[in-house]
Write a protein that binds this ligand. Structure first.
Ligand code: AMP
Length: 212
């Protein structure tokens, strides 16, 4: 089974993916993480993507789709798509890629969070560079300040979580991604979850109910 987590930046797609990995053995395909890995390794793709990411803008569809298509050649089942697709062209390309591989998207779960909450979540976000778990400076503090509870790595902030970048990212989402809610509704695959104020565990149990 393959699922897409759809939602604005800061809606909890990454934390929800973590739950689906640890409790259901799914594999996360996060295009943001793949780009960050390429940036860290200074690949040509990473250097190109970095220009857009640093500005809070989307990486062009051809680059993003190409990277996903490569990934899917080795792994295309039991996936949680986190942060992909983000445009209509990506959604259509994904359907074609999966069809060629004899598989498909089964469900699209839209995590709805009120927009005023997103900004606070992102400006306070801390990330473990090793295991990718996320924390929050005020609402989800690690046990030891700036240290990951799970692997002891020093937490970092994401450069695109700076306030001016967040505004651009939310605009990109509203202009280019929100339309995918209608796209997947028309395909009969959409499930809307209002996750305002819910813990990551509560969100997971809601999703489990939907998937069962
Ligand atoms: P994320 O980690 O999902 O928040 O993504 C971080 C950044 O990576 C985004 O703001 C974009 O610049 C870029 N990115 C990730 N996924 C995509 C995508 N599907 N399409 C275009 N750009 C993306």
């Amino acid at each position: 089974m393959n699922i897409i987590l759809l939602g604005a930046p800061g809606s909890g797609k990454g934390s929800t993916s973590e739950q689906l990995i640890s409790r259901k053995g799914m594999t996360q395909l996060s295009t943001g993480d793949l780009f960050r890995k390429n940036i860290a390794e200074k690949t040509a793709l990473g250097l190109e993507a970095q220009k857009f990411m640093n500005a809070g803008k989307y990486v062009p569809d051809e680059i993003t789709n190409g990277m996903v298509e490569d990934y899917l050649q080795t792994n295309h089942d039991n996936l949680v798509f986190d942060g992909f697709p983000r445009t209509r062209a990506q959604a259509e390309a994904l359907d074609k890629m999966l069809e060629k591989l004899g598989t498909k998207i089964d469900k699209v779960i839209y995590l709805h969070v009120d927009e005023e909450v997103l900004f606070d979540r992102l400006t306070g976000r801390l990330i473990c560079p090793k295991c990718k778990r996320s924390y929050h400076k005020i609402t989800r503090k690690p046990q030891v300040e700036w240290i990951c509870d799970f692997d002891g790595a020093e937490l970092v902030t994401r450069p695109d979580d700076a306030p001016d970048k967040i505004a651009t990212r939310i605009d990109e989402y509203n202009n280019l991604t929100a339309t995918l809610i209608n796209f997947y509704q028309a395909h009969g695959k959409l499930v809307i979850l209002d996750v305002n104020g819910l813990s990551v565990e509560a969100i997971y149990f809601d999703i489990e109910e939907v998937l069962n």
